[in-house]
Design a protein around this ligand. Sequence first.
Ligand code: FPP
Ligand code: MG
Length: 333
Amino acid sequence: MSFIREGELTFIERFFANILKAGPMPKHVAFIMDGNRRYAQKCHVERQEGHSQGFEKLAETLRWCLNLGIREVTVYAFSIENFKRSKEEVDGLMDLARQKFSRLLEEQENWKKHGVCIRVLGDLHLLPVDIQELIARAVQATRSYNKCFLNVCFAYTSRHEICNAVREMAWGVEQGLLEPSDVSESLLEKCLYTSNSPDPDLLIRTSGEVRLSDFLLWQTSHSCLVFQSVLWPEYSFWNLCEAILRYQMNSSALQKARASYMDERKRQQMAKDQAYVRKKLQQEGTASHEDPVHQQNLLQQYTAMREERIQAFLQALEQKRVDFLDRLCTASA
Ligand code: FPP
Ligand code: MG
């Protein structure tokens, strides 16, 4: 079974979906797919079977999301912490990934038809080389599609991602592309693996655990967090509807909090730029430092130069990432 599953909703599901769609719908939903092993234990099947059924549930959930008009989904498929599990289990999960990404490459027509862009977010270096190559080929093959987005967090933790973003900014300064004063929340965000996605509106964790386990810590500060007790392989369309309803009940407060955070961030950046210009003018020590028109011009010049520097840095960063994937694709050709 592949990631994409064809099929419409049943009559009753469609009926309920239409009622839900009358309210504000999340555009981006993230899932912590937890409870595969407890499910295996409960059903007296092998642990690996629990993970396989977990994958089947992912494919089914993506179909529901597509039918509900949710165009972006992010899933926690393998945490860096998961490497600490037994070798047998880690190997089993790697085999599953191998199998599913190979299948994805065989079914490229399907991805094209649905316009699904797949991104894999995480530290690929931590994975076996053949899986790195498969992932690189899958990502490159679907990179131009833009109807829907599936972000698979694999060899991922949020702290690792944030630490990597800090390292990228340090690289930018070292290369002379950035000034240390360019470092800001907004720039750090653009260095995260998730830089091409809006923040999730809704994050769902199954299996009754009520923690984030180092998943999208930066990105979910204004998301609706829903914890459900169902084990992931047993997740149903109705569980998804319930989570969306909970989002709808909180969406206006979440939008307000997000908008107020963005305003505050803009205000802080403006204050930082103004302080920089004031200091510059004082250093110049000319009479013009009292002139508000001169101050305004300098502020505009400074802001434009900073924007230009940041754009050049982000382009260099993107190129570095594309080159890494290209090298992997060439190695496997
Ligand atoms: C958590 O359940 C689940 C995982 C660690 C793996 C999730 C992976 C999949 C659903 C398959 C996705 C695969 C690809 C290739 C995208 P758990 O193992 O922590 O179970 P437990 O909480 O019951 O112990
Ligand atoms: Mg678990």
